[in-house]
Design a protein around this ligand. Sequence first.
Ligand code: AMP
Length: 606
Amino acid sequence: MSDDEPLDENPTTFADLGLSGTVLKALSAVGYERPSAIQEATIPTLLGGRDVVGLAQTGTGKTAAFALPILERLDKGQKQPQALVLAPTRELALQVCEAFEQYAGHSKSVHILPVYGGQGYGVQLSALRRGVHVVVGTPGRIMDHLDRGTLDLSELKYLVLDEADEMLKMGFAEDVETILAATPEDKQVAMFSATMPAQIRRLSAKYLRDPQEIAVRKTTTTASNVTQRYLIASYPQKVDALTRILEVENFDAMIVFTRTKNETETLAERLRARGYAAAAINGDVQQAQRERTVKQLKDGKLDILVATDVAARGLDVERITHVVNYDLPIDTESYVHRIGRTGRAGRSGDAISFVTPRERRTLSSIERATKQSLTQMHLPSVDEVNATRLSRFDDAITAALGNTARIDRFRDIIAHYVTHHDVPEADVAAALAVVAQGETPLLLDPADEPVREEFRGPKAQSRDRDSRDRRGSSGPLRTYRIAVGKRHKVEPRQIVGAIANEGGLSRGDFGQIKILPGFSLVDLPAEIPADALKRLERTRISGILIELQPDEGRAPRSGGPRSSGSRYGGGGRDGGRSERGGRGRNDSAGYDRGPRKPRKPRTPRD
Ligand code: AMP
């Protein structure tokens, strides 16, 4: 272990911050290991009863920073709402509700109610009548309830303004002020904002009492001998992305960081199941066991360590050529610490961060804080993976040929077979390869290519323009409209990424995409399940709600101007295959095996 680490040897625990009982239990079930910087500063202050102004963005753990102190002090016996969280959008309101539910351990006796426009009043009214502890809503709808007299805030103890700058930007200033003024004098107020414009300062001065100002942004520097890349991947795509990276990257040892303790175990298990020598370390693993694991990594008995920030503190193993941030860290200090686990002893290193479409802003804040930009990389394609596999296969043959003593023993047996069966030697070699390979296909099937957030080439596009039937892989398509367009600088890959992730769609489900100045038109399956449609209404691209809905025809439907749109999917799996010349599984013809990189034959081990 080295001593150049920015993280504390004895990190603060959630219990140190004054949290207790069921809240700690819930946190342990969620698997958070230690408080983030904003949590460490905010939780004790709020528990102490003081107002807070927090300068913090999404991705810093700010939701838990205000939710945990509220839950800690919750009076379950009080029927009137005791906490109100104002959020700029219904999407954020729902996220905050989910977080509250999670931090309350999904307890049936804690009642959290989302209140936003667009949802019927009925559900909200009956829940309010039954009694609600925490209300999370958009200012407009909260005002509606106050005007109708259906929301009683007379007993309110805690008021949170989440993403306050966004709320003001969206024109909620007046509503927010009215709500602040209409609630009890002695309530505690916590205001979170990514920026601190004059309007926010004014609001704070007028409605908060001697607030503690908390800022978590820090500038830190990262070593220049580490190449930093990022890959956009939704949560469900991460395992596949990691396995492909493991196949194509020329790594020696790797450390993969996850956000929670539970995830380290699950992921290590999944990697082992895929044949990799992987182990998990986290704060719950005993010191002795941890040291044994680190030694195995040093000795080359392990190649992949899946770790949390706490567990990897001070880890100094020269063999680590790669760091993968499977989950982005919750603060930039952790980012710097993580990537410092590679490039040890003056060597070069590689850091790859998985960024979910929603975390693009977190990525920008890491780039700002470290004053370095990360290069985008794409998911290694099936062809790239297969080229690497073939190259390793060749290497394995070369290595075996080097073992002359064993080769000599088998040569006679094979010669005997060739003479007695009148079969060419190449066929016998191929048959032996089949035996060696077992049931696992040597190569990936090109049809397994998942959605790639990229433009397809002009050739494919022009062929697709001729799509008379407008069908996707799962049936007929129809045109949908989304509320982001050229004006919002949206790109087709963002549209595909966001809609595919949130709607559970695959590449073959996409037809044409046309980006117009104020909105875009996207061809998607005519029948999208109701729950997916609901999620898609709430989806955001670059922070803007896309409000996906069927297009009612203002735009041309076929030919004409639409033909300038791009098309994804090539009409489903068959389309994808024929584009590749109909190559089937295990057919290596056409793979560019490229210049041979020397690499050691390596995992997956069988
Ligand atoms: P937020 O900034 O509140 O949107 O949180 C960003 C992400 O960090 C969410 O996925 C949380 O579940 C996660 N998170 C919050 N606090 C912690 C923590 N102390 N340790 C690990 N993950 C956390």
